[in-house]
Design a protein around this ligand. Structure first.
Ligand code: HEC
Ligand code: HEC
Ligand code: HEC
Ligand code: HEC
Ligand code: HEC
Length: 428
């Protein structure tokens, strides 16, 4: 029989064995001795001013010639003249960033403290006008609760002191002396740089856990082939300048960038091995980049009716697992797949009667960590408001896992093996 449950995984490319789901007692790789990435390393010049430490300063009074439409920070008002960006943005996770999972944690307990509220809102609702508390932690007179509901609004990226900033205009230049609403805009090439996204997608001045900050997306990207080839965050997440920001919650986006192959590698009969290979072909950072998703890879044998044969399953987890119960926090394992690397899950094929197929399946659970957080919060929270919000958050993530790929290989009587056609994908 197959040694079910036991699995070794390795990555090809850097020649590193990165530990695995079942061998959590393996020592974590030694922490790198490089100094932590600082804000100034990434956000200098225009970007340093455009992205001061968050939340952003208040816009202040609008220029006297501005109409109320031009002075409005409400995305719907921007949308009256920029309908495409507004329609896209509304469907994005940026628009949903003041989520029940966030807001429900800020009602009671330690995170209800004004300093914590300000910290949590700094990336999720970054405008000064979206903050209930000002820097001195007194109530903010300019606070607009309706604007906070809308998450990362257009103005977070495009408006400073009521002045509009955007990428250089595409297409034919505007006629000389054209008078534009909101006093026109300042064109900045920095909108097309990967560093533009760093203020919220990278922790700075943070030694992290095992030498890596919990949020390290910019640094992962900067070290990749993609950065060298000039492929920015925007080129993958905002193609054609669309404002959709699809990521790990979008099955098509993940399928297009991650290759899954089930290969028959060595020998036949009783010494046969197969490998499930998961290749980060076109993700511009680790797959996945955060500590919150989990990707599950499983192999098992199935009978002629496609039923799993008990005792033949092996599983591997692709994730960065942090143990938050220890002080300091510890990394249990990090099996995420770096750009251009392949993660291999080997399987010793000892056909179990009545096996005819080996099945390899990869599923993506984008909200794995949060699902656990929300479940445990529901047991702790007391106020109705907090409980309602977290219960909504738990419902939102209940069904977010999806099937990335399923592959099969025919096995059965020794010698009668060969690659079978791919099984069509069906959601789990
Ligand atoms: C009354 C109509 C109107 C409203 C309201 C409006 N805009 Fe504009 N905006 C324009 C026009 C017209 C242009 C010039 C478009 C062009 O270059 O073709 C422009 C240009 C821009 C640009 C520069 C685009 C580029 O090519 O880089 C940005 C960014 C922008 N607006 C953001 C906003 C934001 C954010 C809001 C809401 C806070 C907003 N606008 C509200 C009409 C409007
Ligand atoms: C440096 C920017 C930053 C700060 C500060 C921050 N977050 Fe987030 N948060 C993110 C990003 C980026 C994501 C999406 C990626 C992910 O899944 O981790 C996210 C995702 C989340 C999610 C899951 C998605 C959702 O909205 O349900 C929750 C819940 C959350 N954050 C809560 C918090 C809380 C609570 C705090 C304060 C303790 C906080 N965040 C502080 C950037 C930040
Ligand atoms: C998270 C930051 C962010 C948010 C939020 C955001 N944008 Fe943008 N926007 C960008 C970036 C970055 C670009 C340039 C992308 C590129 O050049 O690849 C851009 C480009 C634009 C352009 C130029 C489009 C073109 O085709 O030339 C307009 C207009 C614009 N945004 C308006 C808006 C409006 C309106 C909203 C809200 C509905 C909004 N943006 C929300 C970051 C943002
Ligand atoms: C002001 C902070 C901020 C900026 C700037 C920002 N983001 Fe985000 N982004 C977030 C937060 C917070 C979330 C998570 C929202 C949630 O789910 O609650 C997020 C979510 C995302 C997601 C969805 C990830 C998923 O789970 O599927 C993508 C993709 C993304 N951002 C890309 C970008 C890119 C590309 C840029 C630069 C053009 C950018 N972001 C700029 C804060 C920001
Ligand atoms: C070469 C294309 C590419 C580039 C460049 C790229 N990404 Fe991604 N990104 C993806 C794909 C594909 C996914 C979905 C698979 C995944 O989650 O790893 C993704 C996922 C994400 C997610 C979802 C969270 C998670 O745990 O994976 C975030 C947030 C994100 N990207 C932000 C960024 C930021 C910020 C940059 C630039 C610093 C960037 N990406 C550069 C392709 C790219």
């Amino acid at each position: 029989m197959v040694s079910a449950g036991q699995v070794w995984i390795a990555t090809i490319g850097m020649g590193l064995a990165l530990g695995c789901g079942s061998a959590t007692d393996q020592p974590a790789p030694a922490a790198a001795t490089v100094p932590p990435l600082s804000r100034d390393d990434v956000l200098s010049g225009f970007l340093g001013k455009h992205w001061p430490p968050l939340p952003l300063p208040l816009q202040g009074p609008p220029p006297p010639e501005f109409t109320s439409v031009e002075a409005s920070l409400d995305p719907q008002t921007c949308g009256a003249c920029h309908p495409q960006q507004y329609a896209d943005w509304r469907t994005s996770l940026h628009a949903a960033a003041y989520s029940p999972g966030l807001s429900g944690q800020l009602v009671e307990g330690a995170l209800a403290h004004p300093a914590e509220v300000r910290n949590c809102l700094s990336c999720h609702t970054p405008l000064g006008e979206q903050q209930p508390y000002a820097a001195a932690l007194r109530p903010e007179p300019a606070f607009d609760p309706g604007l906070r509901e809308q998450g990362i609004v257009c103005a977070s990226c495009h408006v400073r002191a009521h002045r509009r900033y955007g990428p250089p205009r595409r297409g034919v230049p505007l006629p000389e002396g054209a008078v534009l609403p909101h006093g026109g805009f300042e064109a900045r090439t920095e909108f097309q740089q990967g560093s533009f996204c760093a203020p919220c997608h990278q922790f700075f001045d943070d030694a992290g856990v095992a030498g890596k900050p919990l949020e390290n997306t910019w640094a992962e990207w900067a070290a990749s082939r993609h950065a060298r080839e000039g492929r920015t965050c925007q080129s993958c997440h905002m193609p054609d300048r669309r404002h959709l920001w699809r990521g790990i919650h979008d099955p098509d986006m993940v399928r297009a960038a991650v290759a899954v192959e089930l290969a028959d590698v060595r020998g036949a009969g009783r010494s046969a091995w197969a490998e499930l290979r998961i290749t980060n072909r076109d993700v511009g950072h680790r797959f996945p980049t955060y500590t919150t998703p989990r990707v599950f890879a499983a192999l098992w044998q199935a009978d002629a009716q496609g039923r799993e044969i008990e005792g033949t399953r092996v599983e591997a987890v692709i994730a960065r697992q942090i143990d938050f119960s220890t002080s300091p926090w510890q990394e249990s394992f990090d099996t995420r797949v770096a750009p251009d690397e392949t993660l291999v899950v080997p399987y010793q094929v000892v056909p179990a009667s009545p096996a005819v197929q080996l099945v390899g399946r990869v599923t993506v659970d984008p909200d794995h960590h949060y699902r656990g957080v929300f479940a445990s919060l529901l047991g702790e929270l007391e106020s109705e408001e907090a409980r309602d919000r977290i219960a909504q958050a738990a419902r939102d993530v209940a069904e977010s896992a999806f099937l990335l790929a399923e592959r099969t290989l025919s096995i059965g009587p020794a010698g009668a093996r060969g690659e079978a056609p791919e099984a069509p994908g069906t959601p789990r």
